[in-house]
Write a protein that binds this ligand. Structure first.
Ligand code: ARG
Length: 271
């Protein structure tokens, strides 16, 4: 008797839950029903805003090349969105759990990431570089052998360092690239491996820190940034279409020039 009762309650609760879930769903997806009065849904975009000039905080707002590019893409696509600074590791976790709909954060398109996420077409070409103090004996990547290297956790900078010297204590992982650089300034690591535009921006903005950027195309190959989505997101097609349009109509060039002061090499993105 008691058993039966319990089963009954469980069933009622489950039914209630299902009904509630269905309710939520139907309001969320009104826009795809094809009805004329579409309820516009705000798309949540995540980023790690400690990566100037791509994304950083200014007066409580995320600004940078990625922020402007995202704005241009979403306007072109007619999508309403909100860009949130949630941090690097949480960004990937939130995509997995679909707490966010997409991410833009100077994210390199890699085969490994492609197994778990979808990417837009590439929107920026980058490479890893080494950041050291002026006068450092390090002249190329191989000179880092036996030295401690700072990287942002779970980035292609970490991957590049591990590819050269294997995993281990010599590679120190930090929550942001900025923290890795600060650690080098404090003597905690000998060098930092990070993305070229970010290293250049830091050096430019902090002349008093007396740092230098070392390029090494033999050891660091080209990488391409893409906007990231959970697997099989229907946003990818819309974003790709909009990205293509703004590359063709000159809006991309405008944003690129604003942040980098030079013309982009659009041909590089068309592969
Ligand atoms: N491009 C590198 C990667 O994808 C680093 C990106 C870091 N971006 C950031 N906003 N912290 O691994």
């Amino acid at each position: 008797m008691l058993r039966l009762k319990k089963g009954f309650i469980v069933a009622v609760v489950a039914a209630l839950f299902m009904a509630l879930a269905a309710c939520g769903k139907s309001t969320e997806t009104t826009s795809s029903s094809g009805s004329e009065k579409e309820t516009k849904q705000k798309i949540t975009v995540g980023t790690d805003a400690a990566f100037a000039p791509f994304e950083y905080m200014e007066k409580g707002k995320v600004v940078g090349f990625d922020a402007d590019l995202l704005d241009a893409v979403m306007k072109e696509a007619g999508l309403d969105y909100e860009l949130k600074n949630i941090g690097w590791d949480p960004l990937f976790a939130s995509l997995q759990s679909k707490e966010i709909d997409m991410g833009i954060s100077g994210i390199t398109i890699t085969d490994k990431r492609k197994q778990s996420y979808d990417f837009s077409a590439p929107y920026f070409e980058a490479t890893q570089v080494i950041l050291v103090k002026e006068g450092s004996p390090v002249k190329n990547a191989l000179d880092l052998k036996g030295k401690t290297i700072g990287v942002q956790n779970a980035t292609t900078g970490q991957e590049a360092a591990e590819k050269l010297f294997g995993k281990g204590e010599h590679i120190k992982k930090f929550e942001t690239s900025v923290v890795a650089i600060m650690e080098m300034l404090n003597g905690g690591v000998d060098a930092v491996i990070t993305d070229n535009a970010v290293a250049n921006e830091y050096v430019k903005n902090n002349p008093d820190k007396k740092l230098q950027v070392i390029e090494d195309p033999d050891n660091f190959t080209s990488e391409y940034y893409g906007i990231i989505f959970p697997k099989d997101s229907d946003l990818k097609a819309k974003v790709d279409e909009a990205l293509k349009n703004i590359i063709e109509n000159g809006k991309y060039t405008e944003v690129y020039k604003k942040w980098f002061g030079i013309e982009p090499n659009i041909e590089n993105l068309k592969q």
